[in-house]
Design a protein around this ligand. Structure first.
Ligand code: 0RA
Length: 644
């Protein structure tokens, strides 16, 4: 099968489609006929993620990761990276050198490694291979995507050399000299036919090399940018301890960096921890030298272990210690967590989330015991750290309260539409009338003193909260508007200090329906805003039952006994009108008789004995009408008349 390896970027999509057709029509064996090199050149994105700046640097990482693997296996100490003037890059190491021995396919192993996908994995290299993880696409991918590639290997006392063009050897592997060193040198030029960007970035390269040097202590990595003449050497004997120091340079720290190291379940764990006075957390997680920005099991293990250790120490050494949350503990923390896992598994959007479950246990165990031991050995510093955590908690709680306050204020702006609010900003004089019925609500709005009296009309029967429960109750429009108007929350979150009114006055008709709605409202307040009753904020308005007119004079009677007294006193020629509903009064009458603080009767709802009240409310809400009537009568005997 002929494949065009010289496709331009533009024509690649077209040939890709052709390639898919081929895949559909041919058997698996036939597909293998299509060389790995051609396959990589057809779909570079599948191997290196893309053909932009990221993909370009991926080529370099692939080689460097192989050198790092040699270092992790204990065979390599020095790595030299050069960014050449001609746009190529080279990586030289003093590892064992890529094997040059004959392979079963009749070619040197080196040639297989450079031309067959995933061939590197077939060699029995040491565990914790970076190149087996995220980046591990193999050197053949670098070769396939390079205009040319040269390789030099020092091994078996010899220097070997071979050159490739677009993944194909131009000549067999040759011995070109003798040597007493070992190592590998690979220089390659990214193919301009493949990549949209072909210029290596000194910043990106140096950043990654620095990171690798920190993560793999003792390895010396040199970077020479031939284009500018800049030369840098990265070598950190302290490893991740130095990394944390660098991250914290300029910050006030609480103690020297804590370093923990251990192995469990074949997982190598290294952790460096330092608390600072700052209020930000900076923890970086790595798995096999790959920065796992999406976290994973090592992150979970670290957090769990650290939280447990700090809380264990606090429990032992601080009186009345309340366990701290991870959030409070990690404020101001700088840490590096680096694990080396034999077979790392990655998931997530960017394939940078470690999922191996054995890693969590390993990290948690090592961090818990290591941190706890350190705290016990440094009691003064430990106390400083715990104090910082407790301050963080206090600050967080205060911030939360402030947020809630703002939220409430904001909720206050979205008051129920039918609420006619009052204008006074002095809470102690503000009153809310909850009025049954649209027409009575209308009269009340006209009658009120809008400076300090707010009207919330509610419609019909509000839901029976005793039976429906909190969630259902909160779906009810009438209840929602009451909660919003009072603005102090509900149930456990109810905060009397946030109440927008000093008096909440239930104003209903003096008939059976009115009594029923009043009872439902009382139940609601009892169940979900009990402090409103306990603080004496809840009232029941008492509209008059009768209007008595003699000549031009008008009197109001609020009970039958009062009516009798008036009739005795006034003698003949009186006109008596019985009020059944609030709607029978005009706004002036409503104001004079029921709303004007100078004349009105308000019944303050009290709860002397919450338990007794609870029973009464239950009776009240039951089907037993007689018990309910009895309660209402008894209840009105208990109430005090405040405004009289
Ligand atoms: C396969 C097997 C062995 C080493 C390597 C590859 C290797 C690859 C690269 C790439 C850059 N530097 C490298 N160094 C080594 C193991 C060799 C052995 O067992 O002797």
């Amino acid at each position: 099968m002929k494949t065009d390896t010289k496709t331009t970027k533009k024509s690649r999509n077209a040939s890709l489609e052709k390639f898919d057709e081929v895949r559909e029509n041919y058997s698996a064996e036939q597909i293998e006929v299509l060389g790995d090199i051609e396959a990589v050149r057809k779909r570079p994105g599948m191997y290196i993620g893309g053909v932009g700046i990221g993909g370009l640097h991926h080529l370099l990482w692939e080689i460097i990761d192989n050198s790092i693997d040699e270092a992790l296996a204990g065979y390599c100490k020095n790595i030299k990276v050069v960014l050449h003037k001609d746009g190529s890059a080279s990586v030289e190491d003093d590892g064992r050198g890529i094997p040059t021995e004959m392979h079963e396919l009749g070619k040197p192993a080196l040639e297989i490694v450079l031309t067959k996908l995933h061939a590197g994995g077939k060699f029995d290299r040491k565990a914790y291979r970076v190149s087996g993880g995220l980046h591990g696409v193999g050197l053949s991918v670098v070769n396939a995507l390079s205009e040319w590639l040269e390789v030099r290997v020092w091994r078996n006392g010899k220097e070997y050399y071979q050159k490739y063009i677009r993944g194909k050897p131009v000549e067999p592997l040759k011995v070109v000299g003798s040597t007493n060193r070992t190592g590998t040198y690979i220089r390659f030029k990214p193919d301009e036919e493949i990549f949209e960007v072909t210029e290596f970035s000194k910043e990106i390269v140096s950043q990654r090399l620095k990171e690798l040097a920190y993560l793999n202590k003792g390895i010396k990595i040199e970077l020479y940018d031939e284009r500018t003449g800049e030369k840098e050497v990265y070598c950190y004997d302290e490893g991740i301890v130095g990394f944390v120091k660098k991250l914290n340079s300029g910050k006030a720290t609480l103690h020297d960096v804590i370093y923990l190291e251990g192995e469990k379940n074949d997982v190598l764990v290294e952790v460096a921890i330092q608390f600072t006075e700052s209020d930000v957390e900076k923890t970086l997680f790595f798995a096999n030298n790959i920065k796992t920005i999406e976290g994973g099991t090592h992150a979970a293990g670290f957090r769990a272990g650290l939280t447990r250790a700090i809380n264990e120490f606090g429990r032992k050494h601080i009186k009345k210690f309340k366990p701290l949350t991870g959030i409070d503990i990690r404020e101001g923390l700088t840490a590096i967590v680096s694990v080396k896992v034999p077979e790392p598994q990655f998931e997530g959007q960017t394939k940078t989330k470690l999922t191996n479950s054995e890693v969590k246990t390993a990290v948690e165990t090592i961090v818990y015991s290591g941190v706890l031991e350190w705290l016990e050995e440094h009691p003064n510093l430990a106390m400083k750290i715990l104090e910082k955590c407790m301050i963080a908690r206090r600050a967080r709680e205060a911030a939360k309260r402030a947020r809630e306050l703002i939220k409430r204020k904001r909720e206050g702006i979205t008051l129920p539409g039918k609420l006619a609010d009052c204008s006074s900003r002095r809470p102690e004089e503000r009153e809310l009338f909850i009025v049954e019925g649209e027409s009575a609500g209308g009269s009340a709005k006209q009658a009120r003193d809008r400076r300090f009296q707010a009207i919330l009309p509610i419609r019909g029967k509000i839901i029976n909260v005793e039976k429906s429960g909190m969630n259902k109750a909160m779906k009810n429009e009438e209840i929602k508007s009451i909660v919003a108007a009072i603005g102090a929350g509900i149930d456990k979150d109810f905060d009397i200090t946030k109440a927008r009114y000093r008096k909440v006055i239930i104003m209903t008709d003096a008939d059976v329906d009115g009594a029923h709605i009043r009872t439902l409202l009382l139940t609601f307040f009892y169940r979900y805003m009990r402090p409103l009753i306990e603080s004496g904020y809840l009232y029941i308005a008492q509209p008059p039952l009768y209007r008595i007119k003699k000549g031009k004079k008008i009197y109001y009677a609020y009970s039958d006994r009062e009516l009798e007294e008036f009739l005795k006193r006034l003698g003949n020629n009186v006109e008596v009108q019985r009020y059944k509903g609030l709607g029978e009064m005009n706004p002036e009458q409503l104001w004079e008789t029921t709303m004007n603080p100078k004349n009105r009767y308000l019944i303050q709802v009290t709860i002397e004995d919450a338990k007794k009240a609870d029973e009464l409310f239950t009776i009240l809400m039951g089907e037993d009408v007689e018990a309910r009537r009895k309660f209402i009568i008894e209840h009105s005997k208990e109430v005090k008349n405040l405004d009289v």
